[in-house]
Write a protein that binds this ligand. Structure first.
Ligand code: FAD
Length: 516
């Protein structure tokens, strides 16, 4: 951190101490940047972040990211909902394991064909797990503080100004200065609006409700997820009721208070019963509005998480998308700040993450299209249900939902390049997750080649050379892995040095550090 005569100047100011802002703060601080996080809420607790409202499904990519920073054990130990690590048929007679859903249609883990995921190794972390949002934020805030991040709560960002060299941020109480600002301030982002980002997309078709209620006559409702002629209702656990009303998003748009009378009338209409809600304890609404910032960067201001993209929470993708943004942006912004970013490194945040965000928005739109209470949508729903029960169908939906199918186009013909690296384990027991915890890139050499070691030494401040036999090398001889765990280069044969040199120079710099 620099000090001007009047004020500290942070490398990065982050607006929002949600999961994305906090994870990004950890990534930047790990790379020795000074970080200030400004958060509107005075304290980190909220019933909407606690179970059952705060239940969030983490996908494979998020779990791998947390593992690669040593954060997983803190979440995993008390996690009661963890899926088995190995995707295999359950024993005959036992209940099929639910793998997730698309438009409310469940796919089963047992139906998946793991052989289609060539690089998913037996040493992989769990493909998905359920976490509590509040707990995730507390774990991330604790790590951020341990890394020296300053988190200021009760500071609502109200405006910003940027020059070619810095950004000034106003809150309702103070002014702060930084070289960069990242808006992680959620779907209604003030940063996005103040910096003039375009937020393009589609308007909602429904209002969704998550409510905690007492029902006088719960037997009048059917169990499970019920799609009816006017919407959907689901009681996922006693008293926790989720509703979907195809009102064009009108209720949420009007900003009306959510009363017991309103929820009861809605539930009666959707369920076609005269069920009675005797008390409404807590309620929140959401919609399927799907918008994405057309660019993720304007000058020295960047966006990540819900500030950059919003969509319906169907099938649980938003948090995973945001954590992926943070993992992708952190090391690139840090390298830019520390003066060792190759040309175009920061631009690759947009070129890699924007298409992934657009895919998730379409994934949610496709679900809405077959959830509409119309005969055409129901007919399509039935076809998707049939397809999802096939082996290829379940594997496709799991690959998309769990993030296993995600691949950045890095211009290589090798099928692994651009994907999250397999969770290799060396014969001495060291895992890739452990090797990546310092936040440096890894050149993993399974056969011990002198020229690879020499090349890695040219990038020694950013790249760690590791030689050792892997328990399951997946047919590979050597792999270059970026700090975010993405494969930048891979070789199944004796390495072609030209391609490796090109890949190393694209992501890392030979120059010694010179802070900008
Ligand atoms: C019902 C529901 C279920 C969901 N389930 C899943 C799931 O299973 N899996 C999944 O991946 N995703 C899920 N999501 C989506 C997920 O919760 C969000 O995508 C995720 O929380 C976004 O994180 P974020 O850090 O970007 O934003 P947020 O969590 O919104 O955090 C933004 C932070 O910024 C702060 N802030 C806002 N304005 C300002 C300001 N002006 N100044 C300072 N601070 C500010 C806020 O107080 C907040 O702390 C679900 C969403 C909902 C609504």
């Amino acid at each position: 951190m620099e000090d001007t005569p009047n004020q500290a100047v942070y490398d990065v100011i982050i607006a929002g101490a949600g999961p994305v802002g906090l994870f990004l703060a950890c990534e930047l601080a790990l790379a020795k940047c000074s970080v200030l996080v400004l958060e509107k809420a005075a304290h980190p607790h909220s019933p909407l972040k606690q179970l059952p409202f705060g239940m969030r499904g983490l996908n494979t990519l998020s779990i791998e990211a947390l593992d690669r920073r040593g954060l997983l054990p803190e979440l995993e130990v008390p996690n009661r909902f963890q899926q088995p690590h190995h995707i295999a048929p359950t024993k005959p007679g036992s209940k099929p394991q639910a793998g997730g859903h698309f438009a409310g249609i469940q796919f089963s883990v047992d139906t998946i064909d793991p052989a289609q995921w060539q690089y998913r190794l037996p040493s992989s972390t769990a493909p998905q797990l359920l976490a509590e949002l509040e707990e995730l934020e507390l774990v991330l805030a604790r790590r951020a503080a341990a890394l020296g991040v300053r988190i200021e709560r009760g500071q609502t960002l109200t405006d910003i100004q940027q020059t070619a060299h810095s950004v000034t941020v106003q809150t309702d109480e103070q002014t702060f200065a930084g070289h960069w600002l990242v808006g992680c301030d959620g779907g209604r982002s003030t940063v996005r609006k103040a910096a003039g980002f375009d937020f393009a997309g589609t308007e909602p078709e429904f209002t969704g409700y998550s409510t905690q209620v007492d029902l006088a006559d719960p037997e009048k409702l059917k169990p499970g997820r019920n799609v009816t002629a006017t919407g959907m209702y689901m009681q996922s656990q006693p008293g926790y009721l989720i509703l979907q009303d195809f009102d064009g998003g009108a209720f949420q748009k009007a900003g009306q208070p959510i009363t017991r009378e309103h929820v009861q009338a809605l539930l009666r209409r959707i369920s076609a019963t005269d069920v009675t809600i005797s008390a409404l304890h807590l309620a929140t609404t959401w919609t399927d509005r799907a918008r994405q910032a057309t660019t993720y960067r304007r000058g020295r201001v960047l966006l990540a998480g819900d500030a950059a993209h919003i969509h319906a929470p169907l099938g649980g993708q938003g948090l995973n998308l945001g954590l992926g943004d943070a993992m992708n942006l952190g090391w690139k912004l840090a390298a830019t700040i520390r003066g060792h970013a190759p040309a175009g490194l920061l631009d690759s945040y947009q070129s890699e993450r924007h298409p992934v965000g657009a895919q998730v928005l379409d994934w949610s739109r496709a679900q809405v299209a077959i959830m509409r209470p119309t005969p055409a949508a129901r007919a399509l729903h039935a076809i998707i249900r049939d397809l999802m029960q096939t082996r290829d169908g379940a594997t496709y939906f799991a690959g998309r939902s769990w993030g296993i199918a995600t691949q950045y186009d890095l211009g290589s013909a090798h099928p692994l390049v651009g994907r999250s690296a397999p969770s290799f384990e060396l014969e001495d027991g060291t895992t890739l997750g452990e090797l990546l915890r310092t936040g440096r890139g890894i050149l993993l050499d399974f056969v011990g080649t002198t020229c690879l070691k020499t090349l890695a030494s040219e990038y020694s401040s950013q790249l760690h050379y590791v030689s050792g036999r892997a328990k399951e090398p997946a047919g590979l001889q050597a792999v270059l892995i970026r700090p975010d765990g993405i494969v930048a280069w891979a070789s199944d044969h004796a390495p072609a040095m030209g391609a490796l040199q090109q890949a190393a120079a694209r992501w890392f710099s030979r120059h010694a550090e010179s802070r900008l």
